[in-house]
Each structure stands twice: as structure tokens, then as C-alpha cells.
Design a protein around this ligand. Structure first.
Ligand SMILES: Cc1cc2nc3c(=O)[nH]c(=O)nc-3n(C[C@H](O)[C@H](O)[C@H](O)COP(=O)(O)OP(=O)(O)OC[C@H]3O[C@@H](n4cnc5c(N)ncnc54)[C@H](O)[C@@H]3O)c2cc1C
Length: 429
């Protein structure tokens, strides 16, 4: 596989940079936010876009992009500045991730797994309850993870899914952490583990369970298991429809020992986060916000005869094309509006209205990105869906959004319908 060199084409003056998805002035972003988001956009457009086809074709993990993310400081985007990161809050991260998703879906989705390791153990955990000693211990532990990322470029992943009801939040995780002297012994299996074989640490959700105890969701632990630890293996193949560069194979843990410092959250805090900070699960959506914008951008350029590598044939004069673009633009603006609002109000203890809006935003983005990509293919036509152009990859990648647990499109509908009709504790008995 050939990859572009890590040189910013913008820096050499050869590329006209795309406008941001969310104009900083119109969306009232600070200069600092705008600068971080622009850094992600420039890297995405000038470097990642050119590599995306090869990663997709070969279902190969975008490791070169990760080296560039590290060099650009973006592996530590949500790490506090005091620890050498960029200190981006939830909203800034989400907007930056949408810009990466616009140019390479697989990079954005996997980067999300990595960044959440720091976002969840960082600003999100800071909002939750714990006693002073536990907080101090957590502060010490997370500094170790931050240092690995900022200084060494360590990559973290988030393998949660097991193929049962656990990833949807229904039951305790089947992967077990048995307490032992100085740490835990881990046994279990994770499916669809993006970054498998490429992450340095797998941020595994598992259930702490002592001899004779029953598994409980309250005892969920979030542990960073070193990829090289004895007993960790990656099995199975990976040849999916879309998001092929995520390399989401199966992970097995057989009597893997990890020490207490592997904890990315203190005991009991993941359960508290899942209850009190529900927007933590909305972080899979920025990638697809970017894909929606990419499908729209491609269509406008194609109909104007401006897609590089294609003849300068204009198709914009046909009323049917104009109506289709209008429909895409309306859909895109609707998605942007609800999604921006939802990522802006992410916080601890959101109101019921805010939680319902977060589900609605997730559903709108995940389904909407694919609707826009579908319309883009129909509107641009056969020549536009050849593999030499990015649209067919955007289409395939966008199809995957609705499948992401715990907030799949189906589960969002389930929860919106139920929570809109029932107050907490209400039944029909
Ligand atoms: C490209 C890609 C990358 C991924 N990366 C990761 C990763 O890094 N880490 C990770 O943990 N997972 C990851 N996943 C996994 C993802 O979140 C799902 O777990 C995965 O798609 C497997 O889902 P399934 O179809 O087997 O789910 P099933 O459990 O078979 O569910 C099928 C569908 O049924 C519905 N459903 C499930 N449970 C319930 C319920 N309790 N009530 C009502 N409806 C329900 C949902 O809509 C779901 O889509 C990834 C998936 C994809 C496609």
C-alpha cells in the first residue's frame, strides 16, 4: 500500500482548505476551539483523505494517520493542558472528530475509541462523585495514561461489545475481572474490537466478581489492558461492508493479570457515568456527522464538474439535480442543528428533555448520514460510484452508524418512545 508523505499540502500552498462544517462565528466558537478544529480539518483534508481509499481497500488499520495525529498533538486532544494535551472539552472534541470523519471515517471512528479513554477518565469523571482519597488516586493513575499518550504516542481502544445484551446496557459484562493481590485476573472475549492488533492498550469494560459473587452492572470496571500482556490474543478475520480500516476483530483474554493502576475509572464510577452522563455514548456520532457533510460536499463538487480526476462535465443545470441537492442540504442542516445542540449540552445530570434530544441527535446523524449518501449516489449517477472516487466508500461507511451499540438506531427509537410516554417508575399495572 502506498501512503502519502506526512506533509501538509496546505502548508505548501497547493490545496484550498474546505470551509469548516460548523463556522466558528455562526456557531459561536472561541478562537481556541476554532484553532483545534482547524488543525483536525487540515490534517484530514491534506493527508488522511489521500490515504483513505487504500486503508479501505486493504481493510488495513490507518497506523500512519495515528503517527500524524500524535505529531499534531491530537492524540491528546482531550488531555488537560497541565498534562501536555490540548485540553479540548466534549464539544470541541466532537466538532474536531466530525472534521476527521469527513475525510476518513475509519480514522475518526477509531480515534473516537482512543480519545474517549481520556475524555471519560478526564472531564467526565471529574463531574462524578467520589471521596477525596479515591479522586486523588484516580488523578495519579490517569496521569500515567496521559503521559503514555502525550510522550510515547500510545494508542488506546474501547472494546465493549460481547455479542450479548451487555453492550446495550442490559446485563453485566461477561468479561470477568477476578480480584487478586495487586490487581485483577481477566477472562473473557470482546467482539468488534476496533484497533485490535494496533492499540497499545485495550480499554476493556468488565465485571469485577469475587469468588461466589453474582455479576452486577454496578461492579463494572474500565481497565486498560496492555496489548502485549500474557494471555491477550486477537482472532478471526475482518472483511466487512464498511469502516474497513477500523480492523474490529475479536479479542480474547485468558487469565490476563493487570495491576490496580490499569483502572481508567475508580470502582463504581463507570456505572455512575452511564447513569448520570449519558452523552458519553453520543461520541460515536461525530464521525458520521463528518460523513454526512462529505457526501454533500462531493455531490456539489461533482455536479459543478469540480471533482479532481473526473472530466469537468457540469450537471448542475438539471432541475432534478437541483431539487436533490436542496433535499440534501435541508437534511444536512437539520442534522447539524440537532447534533450541535446535543453535543453542546453534554453534561452530568442532563434533563429528560436533553437526554431525549441526545437520542434523537444520534438517530438523526446515524440514519441521516446514510440517507444523504444514498441520495448522493442516485443524484450523481453511475460514474460517481466507481471505487476510484470516495463516494461509494462514504456510502458504505455511513451504513455502519446505526449499528453502533449501545445507541443503535433501533435502541434510540425504543428509548425515545418509552421515555416520552412513561415517567420514571410508571407502569400500566
Ligand atoms: C465498524 C464497527 C466498529 C465497531 N467498533 C467497536 C468497538 O471498538 N468497540 C465495541 O465495543 N464495539 C464496536 N462495534 C460493535 C457494535 O457496537 C455492535 O456491538 C456490533 O455491531 C455488534 O452488534 P450485533 O449486531 O451483534 O448486536 P446484537 O446484540 O445482535 O443486536 C442487533 C440489533 O438488535 C438491537 N438490540 C440489541 N440489544 C437490544 C435490546 N436490549 N433491546 C432492543 N434491541 C436491541 C440493536 O438495534 C442491535 O443493532 C463496532 C461495530 C462496527 C460495525
Amino acid at each position: 500500500m502506498t501512503v502519502q508523505v506526512s506533509k501538509s499540502a496546505a502548508a505548501t500552498g497547493k490545496v484550498t482548505l474546505d470551509a469548516p462544517i460548523f463556522d466558528p462565528s455562526a456557531f459561536r466558537l472561541s478562537d481556541e476551539q476554532a484553532a483545534i478544529i482547524a488543525r483536525a480539518r487540515e490534517l484530514g483534508q491534506t493527508v488522511f483523505a489521500g490515504r483513505a481509499a487504500a486503508y479501505d481497500r486493504d481493510a488495513k488499520f490507518p497506523i500512519e494517520n495515528y503517527r500524524d495525529l500524535h505529531r499534531a498533538g491530537l492524540l491528546g486532544i482531550s488531555i488537560p493542558k497541565t498534562h501536555g494535551g490540548l485540553g479540548a472539552d466534549y464539544q470541541t472534541y466532537a466538532l474536531a472528530a466530525a472534521e476527521i470523519g469527513r475525510y476518513c471515517g475509519a480514522t475518526a471512528l477509531t480515534w473516537n475509541m482512543h480519545v474517549c479513554s481520556t475524555l471519560w477518565s478526564g472531564p467526565l469523571t471529574d463531574d462524578l462523585d467520589m471521596d477525596t482519597a479515591t479522586r486523588a488516586e484516580h488523578e495519579r493513575r490517569r496521569a500515567t495514561h496521559y503521559k503514555r499518550i502525550v510522550e510515547d504516542g500510545a494508542i488506546y481502544s474501547q472494546p465493549f461489545s460481547e455479542g450479548g445484551a451487555a453492550a446495550a446496557g442490559g446485563v453485566a459484562f461477561g468479561t470477568e475481572a477476578k480480584p487478586t493481590k495487586g490487581g485483577w485476573i481477566i477472562n473473557g472475549k470482546k467482539i468488534f474490537a476496533s484497533l485490535s492488533g494496533h492499540a497499545d492498550y485495550y480499554g476493556v469494560l468488565c465485571t469485577e466478581i469475587a469468588e461466589g459473587e453474582k455479576a452486577s452492572r454496578r461492579n463494572t470496571l474500565y481497565l486498560a489492558i496492555p496489548a502485549k500482556a500474557d494471555g491477550v490474543s486477537v482472532v478471526g478475520d475482518w472483511d466487512p461492508l464498511g469502516m474497513r480500516g477500523t480492523v474490529s476483530r475479536t479479542l480474547l483474554f485468558k487469565d490476563v493479570f493487570v495491576g490496580e493502576d490499569a483502572a481508567l475509572m475508580p470502582r463504581g464510577v463507570y456505572f455512575q457515568a452511564a447513569m448520570r452522563w449519558p452523552h458519553m455514548f453520543l461520541t460515536l456520532s461525530p464521525t458520521y456527522m463528518g460523513l454526512a457533510q462529505a457526501a454533500y460536499d462531493f455531490t456539489v463538487r461533482y455536479l459543478r464538474g469540480e471533482v479532481p480526476g473526473t472530466p469537468p462535465v457540469k450537471r448542475r443545470m438539471y432541475p432534478t439535480k437541483q431539487i436533490a441537492v436542496a433535499q440534501m442540504q435541508i437534511k444536512l442542516e437539520q442534522i447539524k442543528a440537532i447534533w450541535f445542540q446535543a453535543v453542546t449540552e453534554a453534561r452530568a445530570n442532563p434533563s429528560k428533555e436533553q437526554v431525549l434530544r441526545a437520542y434523537a441527535a444520534q438517530h438523526s446523524v446515524m440514519e441521516g448520514a446514510n440517507e444523504i449518501a444514498t441520495l448522493a449516489i442516485r443524484t450523481c449517477g453511475g460514474q460517481a460510484m466507481l471505487k476510484s472516487l470516495p463516494l461509494e466508500r462514504i456510502y458504505r461507511d455511513s451504513r455502519c452508524g446505526s449499528l453502533m451499540l449501545p445507541w443503535t438506531a433501533e435502541l434510540c427509537l425504543d428509548r425515545i418512545g418509552r421515555d416520552a410516554l412513561y415517567e420514571t417508575g410508571e407502569t400500566d399495572d
